[in-house]
Design a protein around this ligand. Structure first.
Ligand code: MN
Length: 230
């Protein structure tokens, strides 16, 4: 096939391998930890809701490396959100919760970086979140650990430090909608495809970072993700 200009898919390295996971779409779940939903002003267990980032918003950071994220334009309030990322390895729609594990190819540690001021303005005016959530470099991500290596994750500590100070600290067993339930719900809206990434939501403790800050996220069993803001 002749493309009119050269193109390369967005991709994320695979942990302990020279292979790359090609990114198809990035889905994100909103307010999926109770304490974070409360800090965002929500009450009770609502149905999960979703938004998207463009595939090339990924900013892969190699094992034991530190990525550099440019501070984005058009914000004075850039927030960190540490999240478990699920990498999808099989195509399907209307997936049952019990079948959902078959669709998981692997996991990664991700940051759903957010222009919180633009998000608040979008919420107030009933406008889309694209500029708040889907900007360039808004999805720093660790290498993907294949489920064949780490197994199905139902419990794992998740944390984020900024300049060595613990800001977010929880466990993925605190997800309101667990990974299987997220896959089932999302697949009622979209056909999930190989290459999709799902950012599953962030625990409480989100906050601002500024130029010069160093973020270090970690999920037990999946390694860490280090990103500096420049
Ligand atoms: Mn998020």
């Amino acid at each position: 096939m002749d493309f009119v200009f050269p193109t390369t898919p967005a991709s994320v390295p695979v942990h302990g391998s020279s292979a790359y996971f090609p990114v198809h779409r990035i889905y994100c779940v909103g307010q999926n930890y109770d304490a974070h939903a409360k800090e965002m002003g929500a009450t009770g267990r609502a149905a999960p809701f979703f938004f998207m980032k463009p595939a090339d918003a990924v900013m892969p950071v190699a094992d034991n490396a530190c990525g550099t994220m440019p501070y984005p334009s058009q914000t004075q309030n850039l927030h960190h959100e540490i999240e478990l990322v699920v990498a999808i390895g099989k195509t399907g729609a209307h997936i049952d919760v019990k079948d959902a594990p078959d669709f998981v190819w692997g996991y990664a540690v991700g940051l759903d970086m957010t222009r919180r001021d633009l998000q608040a303005e979008s919420k107030a005016q009933g406008r889309p979140w694209s500029t708040a959530k889907g900007f360039d470099f808004s999805a720093p991500i660790s290498p993907i650990t294949p489920i064949a290596q780490c197994g199905w994750l139902s419990s794992a500590a998740i944390s984020l430090e900024v300049n060595g100070v613990r800001k977010q600290d929880s466990n993925i067993d605190q997800l309101i909608w667990n990974v299987a339930e997220v896959i089932a719900a999302l697949s009622t809206f979209f056909t999930l495809k190989e290459g999709d990434l799902i950012f599953t939501g962030t625990p409480a403790g989100v906050g601002a970072v500024v130029k010069g800050d160093l973020m270090r996220g970690e999920i037990a069993g999946l390694g860490s993700l280090q990103v500096s803001v420049a």
